[in-house]
Design a protein. Structure first.
Length: 185
């Protein structure tokens, strides 16, 4: 797998409303573990749409991993131009810092938001350009990641298209491991 789309919930869907939330550490750690395995298998590109939450945290992980694996590249393909237009100033700054470090950045529809179909187009386009999907997802808590998952599952019916899921149980294991290490340390 050379190219993977990484996505998941927006921060507010997880009850995370600021960048200091301790859950972000574990989400990023889980993403890093999965990406490391994929890099060893030949992963070259991580694609995100730049949405707040799991996607931007994934971008942070990719940018960190690039120091160790310079061949790894980050693409940010937004659904429409100026998607950050209505975000708070601090969030815009955070977003711009990531965008500026991406290896490739473009807008899929190349126009500002004008209808919800642009979001569906984004999901379909990204899945069509990737070799697999890595998703932070909880089957018991559908939300924005469901849209990627449904498109990926349709593609999976026709061809080999890996869908890798990071579950709440995976995150719980990371938390428990960390607590155990702290206790043992």
């Amino acid at each position: 797998m050379k190219t993977i789309v990484v996505s998941g919930y927006k921060g507010h869907e997880l009850g995370i409303f600021d960048q200091k939330h301790k859950g972000i550490y574990f989400i990023k750690k889980a993403i890093e573990q999965r990406l490391r395995l994929l890099i060893e298998e030949g992963l070259e590109w991580v694609i995100i749409s730049g949405q707040l939450g799991v996607e931007l945290w994934s971008a942070e992980v990719v940018l960190q991993l690039k120091r160790e694996f310079p061949q790894l590249q980050l693409a940010v393909l937004t659904p429409f131009l100026q998607q950050e237009e209505r975000w708070q100033e601090a969030t815009k700054t955070y977003y711009q810092e990531i965008i500026q470090q991406a290896d490739f950045q473009d807008s899929i529809t190349r126009r500002p938001y004008d209808n919800p179909a642009q979001l569906k187009q984004k999901n379909e386009f990204l899945i069509s350009k990737a070799d697999g999907l890595l998703l932070l997802y909880d089957e018991e808590k559908p939300g924005s990641p469901t849209y990627y998952l449904e498109i990926a599952q349709k593609r999976q019916l026709k061809e080999d298209f890996p869908i890798l899921i990071i579950t709440p149980a995976d995150l719980d294991i990371l938390v428990q491991e960390e607590q155990y290490e702290a206790f043992e340390g």
